[in-house]
Design a protein around this ligand. Structure first.
Ligand code: 4FV
Length: 257
């Protein structure tokens, strides 16, 4: 999968491409990344890419000409069928399901906004979809592009090997992950749940599923609304709640380990 990122700060992104799963995916050619700087598409001496907003107001707006030229240049390097996406706080909230859908495309052009934002005509003329990584305002879309890039790299076949995270499976199922533990078996007087060192894989799977459902109910109940629980999952949730103590005051404790 080839991904082009249109950004005023290519240096900010280059550094992040050398590390972790994303760095390995790039090394293995599972994903490739190109960077395109709108400043290279300016014709004035000051290489102007932004200007004051019409109608007044704070900050600057990215000018349409350099940005459109940069998007056009980037788009020549992705296959037909690729999507052009602007990262912005107004975009559709990015979810694991959304990442999985994008990972099936042949390529992407990601446009990272800066300052107050992008001239609306660029969005109208050049962008297929706006995506947001959360309801907060960043200084630029580059970090959002990196979040999307990382999540996409993890879904490329061969990117994770045996490190495949259960987080993907959990979020794909619409639930949060259960707790993780590693050595030592006792830490600060807290023991790892016995079931996890029992060697009983069926019991371990059941316990992890129960914890996943219980935690989702406690921390992100709206996720359960989206994908209703089946009878087995409902029984596990009941068991989880009976094991733990959930105080009505809203301060909740998680189920017993
Ligand atoms: C953002 C977000 C975000 C808004 C103005 C860039 C900034 C500046 N991008 N998810 N939240 N972008 O805040 O993706 O142009």
């Amino acid at each position: 999968m080839h991904i082009e990122i249109v950004t005023l700060f290519p240096g900010l992104l280059r550094g992040a491409l050398d590390y972790g799963v994303l760095g390995r995916a790039l090394e293995r050619g599972l994903v490739s990344v190109g960077l395109e700087d709108p400043r290279s598409h300016t014709s004035d001496a000051h290489r102007t890419v932004d200007d004051r907003p019409y109608g007044g107001g704070p900050g600057m707006v990215l000018k349409p000409e350099p940005l459109c030229a940069a998007i056009t240049a980037a788009a020549t390097r992705v296959p037909a069928g690729s999507a052009r996406i602007a990262l912005s706080a107004q975009g559709q909230l990015l979810t694991q399901a959304g990442v999985a859908e994008l990972a099936r495309l042949p390529g992407l052009v990601l446009v990272a906004g800066r300052y107050e934002g992008i001239d609306e005509r660029v969005l109208e003329l050049m962008i297929d979809r706006e995506l947001s990584i959360g309801d907060y305002v960043l200084s630029g879309g580059e970090l959002a592009a990196l979040v999307l890039l990382d999540a996409l790299a993890r879904l490329q076949p061969g990117a994770l090997g045996d490190e495949r995270s259960s987080a993907e499976e959990s979020f794909a199922a619409g639930l949060l992950e259960g707790p993780h533990y590693t050595r030592p078996e006792v830490f600060m007087g807290r023991r790892v749940p016995q079931v996890l060192s029992s060697g009983d894989h069926a019991a371990i799977r059941r316990w992890r599923c129960k914890q996943s459902i219980g935690r989702t109910w406690l921390k992100r109940p709206e996720l359960i609304g989206r994908a209703p629980l089946d009878e087995t999952q409902r029984a596990l949730l009941q068991e989880f709640l009976l094991e733990g103590s959930v105080r009505v005051t809203g301060e909740q404790t998680t189920g017993s380990r």
